[in-house]
Ligand binder design. Sequence first.
Ligand SMILES: [Zn+2]
Length: 457
Amino acid sequence: MVPRTGGLDRAASNGSLVSEREVTGGLKAYHWKHRYAIAPYLVAIAVTNYVAFNHDVHLSDGTIMPMVNYVFPENLQEAMTGTAQNVRVLEFFDSLFVDYPFKKEKYGHAQFGWGGGMEHQTMSFVINYGWGLLAHELAHQWFGDMVTCGAWEDIWLNEGFATYLEGLSRERYPQSPGDWYNWKLNRVNSITSSPGGSVKVDDPTNIGRIFNGRLSYSKGSYLLHMLRWKLGEEHFFGGIRSYLNDMGYKFARTSDLRQHLENTSGQSLSGYFADWYEGQGYPTYNVRWDQEENRLLVRLDQAQSHPSVSFFEMPVPLRLKGEGKVLDVRLENISQGQMFQLLPDFKVEEVVFDPELWLLAKSNVTKEDLVSSVYDGSSEDFTVFPNPVSDYLTVHLAAAKTLDYHISDATGRKLVAGRSPSALSFTIDIRSLSDGVYILSLAGNKQLTTRRFVVSK
Ligand SMILES: [Zn+2]
């Protein structure tokens, strides 16, 4: 029961409004009823001189459900515009994973004076009617409310998803030219503004760490975006659909999400979650390439911003451009200094690293200098000569040591292997090799390093 002020006060809450009636003493009683499982922190009541209005929402199963809005009278116009746009987002989210989880009742907004918003079940509280805020709180109805994180270290299951779904609403309905790209760019710039930090909350006693925007929100959202790239649309959306179906109206841990994605995709994600959930930081890529006739050789190196991850195993997207043509390729990058051979049917003039921002990476470099480049010292440094070579290849090391080496052709087939003496230089007999392009790999106590050479007789 609430005191009335001039007959205007209204009470907003979870579920459906069952009755609204006068009681004794000039008071009015509002009876709201909610029939779904609800976490205690999502129960809420708000009372003031609200103006109330509804929109119809057309859900994918044919249900027509109300969106109920309780707004400050002075903000009525912007509230009507903003909430009408959020009807489209609700209909989109309803078609994306599983049905809106509280469709027998409603979705709604109640305005409040605090900063930001709060995803109270079926009735989000919001300070304004901006697209991003409304989409974020709406997304929580699935991620946070229907499935609630089971521990503070898993808060990204609420906030990373809500952040990502806001991004998806911009992919579906751009609010300006380049909206979706800019949304991703802003996330990447925020996350990489510092070299460390994990999605997993490493200090669950620290509220600031739990609700860290850079990590629990932005990096959590990019953890999902990269999974979508790694697994593909069908397995990513299908895995999350099965996670929601099984974990709905319960508490979930990160391992629950991982297992559902693994079951749907058939891929182990233990390494991925070790790097991107528990591990800290991000990679910087160094892409070098060289083309002879049609054969394009590409070498990928990466540096990690934080020592907790030794290597980020990721599919790397490259866009090849030349002669007015464009070819997008995906390289499964599993090791340092990995070489790839590609066969584009045009002369490549430019190689663009990750043009659509699928990866969380920073300061990446792409150069056409595969042969002449000097590596940065994190691998064995060496030179080979002569190049081209006809009979004996000389290898010169930066320091005398014993190393295993092998020579493979451009398809990766190993043709010659051996062990070097402990010396600054040694020679390899390559008289058995026919004309062509080959790769010499050296493995010492550092990473495998490769050099390309040409046999010409
Ligand atoms: Zn949130």
